[in-house]
Design a protein around this ligand. Structure first.
Ligand SMILES: [Zn+2]
Length: 218
């Protein structure tokens, strides 16, 4: 399909709004130390049909994102607007958007997700239960909820990882995120604000679990 960014006012407007939000969220995540050394990536849907995603360019500092560093891509990772290459993990963002009803996908390389994904990788995930912060997750109304956070083996083969992710999502349709072993956390939401809340909630819970495990093993 023919695409002309400049002649599409609605898309332009959406891009301006979303790229502004992604820049601000990148700065917040950076301030927490979750996207150091240009790691992590952020994306959000700017058009549903045809599917067009705004996503951070590869190798950029997420703490100081400028608008032109957030590019537009189609579902085949073709760049429709912008001069940067899409993030290396773009295929995972596209898989998430297509497989589940989410409109924003955020990925961080936080210390606690890196540590806990490595420790629990043999179980294919970890359970989180009994914490008030679970209520940060969409649809969860009580601390008595039991949340499964899947863990996939890390890989540089994005096609294989995307396939594996599809299976994980089918087996765990109510998940709010997943981890890549020794790598980091992915979370998503129906909006950029919901995805941000999910990253923050899960990250808080991972830190609590990690600190608890550390205290118990002393
Ligand atoms: Zn990553």
């Amino acid at each position: 399909m023919e695409f002309n960014y400049n002649s599409n006012e609605a898309l332009k407007k959406n891009y301006e709004k979303i790229s502004n939000e992604l820049s601000k969220i990148g700065a917040v995540f950076y301030s927490h130390g979750w996207v150091m050394g240009t790691s992590g990536n952020l994306s959000a849907v700017v058009s549903e049909d045809p599917l067009i995603l705004a996503i951070t360019g590869s190798g950029l500092d997420k703490g100081y994102l400028e608008q032109n560093q957030i590019i537009l891509i189609d579902q085949n990772e073709n760049v429709l607007h912008g001069k940067y290459k899409p993030s290396a993990e773009t295929a995972l963002h596209i898989t998430l958007v297509k497989e589940i009803s989410c409109r924003a996908v955020f990925h961080i390389h936080s210390p606690w997700s890196t540590v806990l994904s490595k420790i629990h990788e043999k179980n294919g995930g970890l359970w989180i239960e009994g914490y008030e912060m679970l209520k940060a997750l969409d649809g969860i109304k009580t601390h008595e909820h039991r949340e499964w956070l899947p863990i996939l083996q890390n890989s540089q083969d994005m096609d294989a990882l995307s396939q594996e992710l599809k299976e994980v999502l089918r087996n765990s349709p109510r998940a709010h995120g997943f981890m890549l072993s020794g790598h980091g956390l992915y979370a998503w939401g129906k909006s950029t604000q919901e995805a941000k809340r999910h990253v923050e909630g899960l990250e808080f819970l991972l830190e609590v679990l990690g600190r608890t495990e550390s205290l118990n093993t002393r």
